[in-house]
Design a protein around this ligand. Structure first.
Ligand SMILES: [Zn+2]
Length: 155
């Protein structure tokens, strides 16, 4: 479904590439994982599930930068091998249409709302959060593990 009210913000390529360099350099907080089950390891760069047998880098990412009450750093995956950054930014990524929670933040990085899908399509949840004029962006996270998946900004 296309939308004119928001766009998808995948992880920047510079951050994925830095993680790939750091894991190869042996950084203590970066590690290689070989994926063993489908639907377990979302790549934040191409916004696809990594497939069993593929290797990913696991590393901490500050989705909400330090210096704020809601600052948050948590574990994310990217493919070890180069992958194409998600480019259909006006379409909600098909791999993550379930199992997500949607957190609305204001421009000062405060959480001002959070919703689960409750039988709705993800676009409907995002539209509903954006109806609040204080919503600056929406972060999409795993409803079970809590990990950051991608950001949604107003178009
Ligand atoms: Zn990828």
């Amino acid at each position: 479904m296309n939308t004119s009210t928001f766009h998808i913000v995948p992880l920047p390529t510079e951050i994925a590439d830095a993680a790939r360099r750091l894991v190869k350099a042996g950084a203590a907080d970066h590690t290689f994982i070989t994926v063993d089950s489908p639907g377990s390891s979302p790549c934040r760069h191409c916004l696809r599930w990594a497939q069993p047998g593929q290797r990913v880098v696991l590393f901490p990412y500050a989705a909400i930068p330090s210096g704020h009450p809601y600052s948050e750093t948590g574990p994310i995956f990217v493919h070890v091998n180069e992958c194409q950054r998600y480019s259909a930014t006006n379409e909600y990524p098909t791999d993550f249409r379930s199992g997500r929670v949607f957190r609305a933040y204001d421009a000062k990085y405060n959480i001002i709302d959070a919703q689960v899908m409750n039988g709705r399509e993800p676009e409907a949840v995002i539209e509903s959060l954006l109806q609040n004029p204080d919503t600056a962006f929406v972060d999409v996270r795993s409803v079970t593990h809590g990990c950051f998946t991608f950001r949604v900004q107003r178009a």
